[in-house]
Design a protein around this ligand. Structure first.
Ligand code: GLN
Length: 213
């Protein structure tokens, strides 16, 4: 069943060059958010948040160049709006990428090893240990990156065994697994709450400006 978002709800731009952007859109709409596919620079105008989906990060990098999106997307990512990055999306944000190394935006102080849990054969759904997510929350890993280093300011919100697999730094939430593949996953609820909070702060700031201006 299609979820109908409030027409005044925040618009989340979903990078739609490659990968499972359609699943991200469906999962975000289920949380009452609106979505817009981001394929070119003008699609970034007016968005309240960004989702970088899973897929193949190397292909995404190539397509970002082909579409002239590398710099505009970088500015949007650095603007402070909430960002949800899953799997390949997390790889795009990491400070250091290994296996092999590749270019990234470097917004998250983590090192990721691509396919760090093995290839397709080792994909699957695993229990997550977390104080933030409800007990019993699971994560589906598909050729997932493994976080091998994490900066001091980056919070670990969930682990798979001992590895951090859900991290947050300020307005950036990043998962090694795929919350969009399960209906109403707790990570999607968490992100929707971040979007609503950030939007209400913007509202307060602009009202304040109006009353004092
Ligand atoms: N293995 C992919 C990469 O390195 C990520 C896989 C995914 O997004 N599910 O980009």
């Amino acid at each position: 069943m299609e979820a109908h978002a409030d027409p005044l709800a925040a618009i989340v731009g979903v990078l739609a060059l490659q990968g499972d952007f359609a699943e991200h859109e469906a999962a975000l709409r289920l949380q009452g958010l609106r979505t817009r596919q981001v394929r070119m620079r003008m699609d970034l105008d007016g968005i309240a948040a960004i989702a970088l989906p899973g897929g193949e990060s190397t292909t995404m990098l190539k397509l970002l160049d082909v579409e002239g999106l590398w710099d505009p997307l970088g500015s949007a990512l650095r603007s402070g709006i909430p960002v949800l990055a899953t799997c390949a999306g997390m790889i795009l944000l990491a400070e250091t990428v290994e296996n092999p190394s590749q270019r990234s935006y470097g917004l998250l102080p983590i090192t990721v090893v691509r396919n760090g849990y093995g290839r397709q054969f080792h994909s699957g759904t695993f229990a997550l240990a977390s104080e933030t997510l409800p007990a019993g929350t699971t994560g589906t890993f598909i050729r997932a990156p493994r976080i091998t280093r994490i900066g001091a300011d980056c919070k670990v919100l969930a682990r798979r065994d001992r590895d951090p697999v859900l991290v947050q730094q300020g307005s950036v939430l990043a998962a090694c697994f795929h919350p969009e593949l399960e209906a109403d996953h707790a990570v999607m609820r968490l992100f929707a709450a971040m979007v609503r909070r950030s939007r209400s702060q913007v509202g307060v700031a602009s009202n304040f400006g109006m009353t004092t201006g």
